[in-house]
Design a protein around this ligand. Structure first.
Ligand code: NDP
Length: 434
């Protein structure tokens, strides 16, 4: 704690995992003897670097770039790149740490990492984005490779940015290493189904949670925060499974449409253009728009899916959801619920799916992209979707069983942390102390 004193998000993520692991250390003190705890919480290495670029007015601008290579015990470092002004070392480390366990849960051979920059893509021209990205990857290219470290997209980084990264990497290395980055356009070596994977995977995971109680999405009222990549495809799959999505948001405010959100309008506003969610009311004047994001949790619903950003659902919001009768909450975003909120859900008997299990569908399909690149072939969208469903079912089963085996039945936070940890810890033991 002393060593990472100012890294609040990282400490929050580490505390959650370490608390869950108590029963493991009690049963298997050998992990403590091997120093696994100390070793797993310290990244293998962290890079920070200057990213210099020129804006359209010819001014020289400087941002900071990051890459955290946290743990490669079960495979090459793997984790997204985030471009957002809030990016700092604490956020990078919390995301990289979570990624170790999430990636292990997928059952695929991928280690944990994360990267990004405090660059704000909002309001930048396409050429500015390209110049920034080329400068960013020029430095990052020294540390990555298809068998070393495989970055992907995250907030502010989509297929356009990945395309620019790949182009510059190819130019620097003079070779076509398709597997060095995932999240590529399917026309350019990306996997079909990647765009939808995190949102669809989240809903498949919740479906498994509901099945465990003999229930389903049919007829449920669902609220989804955010309106980005994860949120849009979570809404799409929930609607396909018979639910009505009645609320979503962006970083300015939220909309409430009791008759059911018109997803095509949301896609037009947020996926195909750069508009605000507020503009939804122009097409649907009976929908309500309110400023401020946190208010979305006051909308009464059966299922809540936070899909925007970290710590967006606090204790107060959790209590309101509970009072309004929510029965299931699952995290599409990384750590969107505060520790206090998770406590409210657990004590209130709400089914709760933690992000590192529930949102692992994206990275699972990224690992499938790596496989397809290695084999130089591509699977159909249906094949990818079938594999995704199976991965999400397996994640649910292993988290649920670990929770039962370690005397926390129904607690998927504990179960996911334990199941992910055991896989990585066993590999670390097998590889010796270093
Ligand atoms: P996007 O950038 O596509 O979308 C983020 C969305 O959240 C935007 O609609 C943004 O609004 C909104 N938002 C940001 N802050 C807030 C806030 N405080 N309250 C409400 N809405 C807010 O990101 P993704 O959808 O890709 O990622 C969302 C989360 O999911 C992140 O935590 C990410 O790490 C996680 N995740 C993503 C994966 C993926 O495959 N994309 C995989 C696993 C996890 P605005 O439009 O105003 O910016």
């Amino acid at each position: 704690k002393k060593r990472n004193m100012h890294e609040t998000e990282f400490l929050q993520a580490a505390r959650e995992v370490l608390d869950s692991l108590r029963p493991v250390f009690f049963k298997h003190p050998e992990y403590l003897d091997e120093g696994i705890l100390e070793r797993i919480t310290e990244p293998d290495r962290v890079f920070t670097f200057r990213v210099t670029w020129e804006d359209d007015a010819g001014r020289v601008r400087v941002n900071r770039g990051f890459r955290v290579q946290f743990n490669n015990s079960i495979g090459p470092y793997k984790g997204g790149i985030r471009f957002h002004p809030s990016v700092n070392i604490s956020i990078m480390k919390f995301l990289g740490f979570e990624q170790i366990f999430k990636n292990a849960l997928t059952g695929m051979p991928i280690g944990g990492g994360k990267g990004g920059s405090d660059f704000d893509p909002k309001g930048k021209s396409d050429r500015e984005i390209m110049r920034f990205v080329q400068s960013f990857i020029t430095e990052l290219s020294k540390y990555i490779g298809p068998d070393t470290d495989v970055p992907a997209g995250d907030i502010g980084v989509g297929k356009r940015e990945i395309g620019y990264m790949f182009g510059q990497y190819k130019r620097l290395k003079s070779k076509f290493d398709a597997g060095v980055l995932t999240g590529k356009d399917p026309e350019q070596g990306g996997s079909l189904g990647r765009k939808e994977a995190t949102g669809y995977g989240l809903v498949y995971f919740v479906d498994e949670m509901l099945k465990g109680k003999g229930d389903s999405f049919a007829g449920k009222k669902v609220v989804v925060s955010g309106s980005g990549n994860v949120a849009i495809y979570a809404m799409e799959k929930a609607i396909q499974l018979g639910a009505t999505v009645i609320g979503c948001s962006d970083s300015s405010g939220y909309i409430y449409d009791p008759s059911g959100i018109d997803l095509e309008v949301v896609k037009q506003l947020k996926e195909y253009s750069n508009k605000r969610i507020k503009d939804y009311t122009m097409d649907h004047p009976r929908a309500v728009y309110k400023e401020g994001c946190i208010g979305i949790w006051t909308i009464p619903c059966d299922i809540a899916l936070p899909c925007a950003t970290q710590n967006e659902l606090d204790e107060e919001s959790a209590k309101i959801l509970l009072e309004n009768g929510v029965t299931a909450v699952a995290e599409g975003a990384n750590m969107p619920s505060t520790e206090e909120a998770v406590h409210v859900f657990h004590t209130g008997g709400v089914l709760f799916g933690p992000g590192k299990a529930a949102n692992a569908g994206g990275v699972a399909v990224s690992a499938m992209e790596m496989s397809q690149n290695s084999m130089r072939l591509s699977w159909t969208a249906e094949e990818v979707d079938e594999k995704l469903k199976l991965v999400m079912k397996n994640i649910y089963t292993s988290a649920n069983e670990a929770a039962i085996n370690y005397d926390y039945p129904g607690n998927l936070v504990v179960g996911a942390n334990i199941a992910g940890f055991l896989k990585v810890a066993d590999a670390m033991v097998a590889h010796g102390i270093h």
